[in-house]
Design a protein around this ligand. Structure first.
Ligand SMILES: [Zn+2]
Length: 422
C-alpha cells in the first residue's frame, strides 16, 4: 500500500544534545512492503519513505519497532508515528484522511507481527518522479509553442497564465481545472466566454486585459462566480458600456478597466461595498454616477478621462413637465420590477426601459427628469487619488437624476442628505 502525503522526519535525539534542526517537510510517498526478491513469510516488512530528493527511499523495519501512534488530527490528514530504532518521529500531513486511516491500521497489524495479505503490500521499488514531485500549482505559458497540445493541463493547477498565444476562445481543458483560482488570459484574441466558464467554482481572479471583448462578459456576474470574484481586469479591450449586473459582484476588491471606450460607470456602482481599488484610465467618462459617493476606495485612478467639471453645482437639463403616458407606464413597470424581454416588447421599448434612471427617492424616471451635476471632492471617499490631471485638484462632476420638482428642490437644498439614502 502506498500513501502520498507530506512528511517530516524528526530525530528525537537532537533536543537531548541541545541541537535543533529547522522543519523540513517534503512531499513524499510512503509504502509498506518487502524488498524485491524476498519471498513468502520470511521477508522482512519495511516502511519506505521516498521523496523527490531521495527516490530510492529510507527503509525502516516495522515489526516490533513502532513505539506509539499520535492520531488526534487524523481526520485532518495528519498523524505521527514514533519509531523505536532509529529514534525518529515520522510526522505525516496533507494526506487523504481515509487512506491515512487504512495505512495506519495496516502498519499497526504489521508491527504486531501479523501476516498481511500480499495484495496490500508494495514491492519496495524506487518511487517514480511523478509520485514524489510536488503537484504543480502554477503554470505560465507565454508563447504558442509552449502551449500544451498533446498533454493536459495538470489538474492541480491553482494559477494559470496563458498569454500571447492568439487564443480565440477559452480552451475547454482550462474550464475543467477544478482547483483554479487565478486565470490570466491577457494578450489574446478572446471576444466572449463560454457558458461553462461559470462552473469554475474556485476562481477568484480573472485577467483578460488586451483581448477583444466588445461587451462586459455577463457570465462573470452570475452565481457562483459573482460571489467569488475578488479581482477583475478587463483593461485594453473595446468595452463601451459596463452593465448594471457588475454591481452583483459582492466581493469585488479590485477592478481595472483602463483604455476602453467607457462613457458611463453603472449608476448603481455604490453597491460594490468591498471595492477598494478602481482604475479607469483613458476612457470617455465625462461624469460619475451619483451613487459613486457610496464607495469607500483606497486607490482610484481616473487619469485621461474628459471629466467635464462645471463652475458650480448646476441643473443641466430639466424636463420636469407632466410625464407622458409612456413614461408613467414605464415608471410603473420598473417600480414593480415586472420582467420584460425582447420577446414581449418591441426592441425600442426594451431599450427605453433599460434607459431608466433612479432618483434618490427610489423612483425611476426617464425623459421627465432633471439632470443635476454636483461637484464632489474625491478626498471625502478615496484614500489615494492618483494620476490626476491637475495636482491638488480632486473635484469631479457627479451626475444625479431627479424625478420631480419636489425631489429637485430637496436635493438642491441639501445634496449631502442624498448620499445617506440607499
Ligand atoms: Zn424622486
Amino acid at each position: 500500500m502506498r500513501l502520498t502525503c507530506s512528511v517530516e522526519i524528526v530525530n528525537r535525539l537532537l533536543p537531548s544534545h541541545n541541537l535543533k534542526k529547522p522543519s523540513q517537510k517534503s512531499h513524499s510517498q510512503i509504502s509498506l512492503g518487502k524488498k524485491p526478491g524476498s519471498t513468502g513469510k520470511d521477508g522482512v516488512l519495511f516502511l519506505m519513505i521516498c521523496t523527490a530528493k531521495d527516490r530510492n527511499g529510507t527503509k525502516i523495519v516495522v515489526k516490533d519497532n513502532i513505539e506509539q501512534y499520535f492520531v488526534k488530527f487524523i481526520n485532518e490528514g495528519k498523524a505521527t508515528v514514533r519509531i523505536k530504532e532509529p529514534q525518529h518521529d515520522i510526522c505525516i500531513s496533507k494526506a487523504d484522511p481515509l487512506q491515512l486511516k487504512n495505512f495506519l491500521n495496516l502498519l499497526r497489524s504489521a508491527s504486531q507481527g501479523k501476516e498481511l495479505e500480499r495484495i496490500t503490500l508494495s514491492a519496495l521499488a524506487p518511487a517514480s518522479a511523478r509520485n514524489v514531485e510536488k503537484p504543480k500549482s502554477k503554470m505560465v505559458v507565454l508563447t504558442r509553442k509552449d502551449y500544451p497540445i498533446t498533454t493536459n493541463f495538470p489538474s492541480s493547477l491553482v494559477h494559470l497564465q496563458v498569454s500571447a498565444c492568439n487564443m480565440k476562445r477559452v480552451d475547454s481543458r482550462i474550464l475543467d481545472l477544478k482547483k483554479l483560482q487565478v486565470l490570466d488570459l491577457s494578450e489574446n484574441l478572446i471576444e466572449d466566454l463560454p457558458e461553462k466558464f461559470n462552473k469554475m467554482l474556485q476562481l477568484n481572479t480573472v485577467k483578460f486585459s488586451h483581448n477583444k471583448f466588445m461587451k462586459f462578459p455577463l457570465l462573470l456576474c452570475r452565481m457562483p462566480l459573482s460571489d467569488n470574484l475578488v479581482s477583475v481586469d478587463l483593461s485594453d479591450n473595446q468595452l463601451t458600456r459596463i452593465p448594471l449586473e457588475l454591481c452583483e459582484l459582492k466581493n469585488l476588491f479590485y477592478l481595472k478597466l483602463d483604455r476602453n471606450k467607457i462613457e458611463l460607470l453603472p449608476p448603481t456602482i455604490g453597491k460594490l461595498v468591498r471595492l477598494k481599488q478602481l482604475s479607469c484610465v483613458e476612457n470617455l467618462i465625462k461624469t460619475l454616477p451619483a451613487n459613486f459617493n457610496r464607495l469607500q476606495l483606497d486607490d482610484l485612478d481616473l487619469y485621461g478621462n474628459p471629466l467635464d467639471l462645471p463652475e458650480a453645482d448646476t441643473v443641466i437639463t430639466s424636463h420636469l413637465e407632466f410625464p407622458t403616458l409612456l413614461e408613467v407606464s414605464a415608471r410603473a413597470i420598473k417600480k414593480m420590477r415586472i420582467p420584460y424581454s425582447n420577446e414581449d416588447l418591441f426592441e425600442q421599448l426594451c431599450n427605453y426601459l433599460d434607459s431608466a434612471r433612479q432618483c434618490w427617492c427610489g423612483n425611476y424616471c426617464f425623459r421627465c427628469s432633471a439632470r443635476y451635476i454636483l461637484r464632489l471632492d474625491l478626498h471625502q471617499m478615496v484614500k489615494n487619488v492618483t494620476g490626476w490631471n491637475v495636482v491638488g485638484q480632486t473635484l469631479v462632476p457627479v451626475e444625479a437624476f431627479l424625478c420631480s420638482q419636489n425631489c429637485l428642490n430637496k436635493f438642491q437644498k441639501n445634496p449631502k442628505a442624498y448620499w445617506k439614502k440607499k
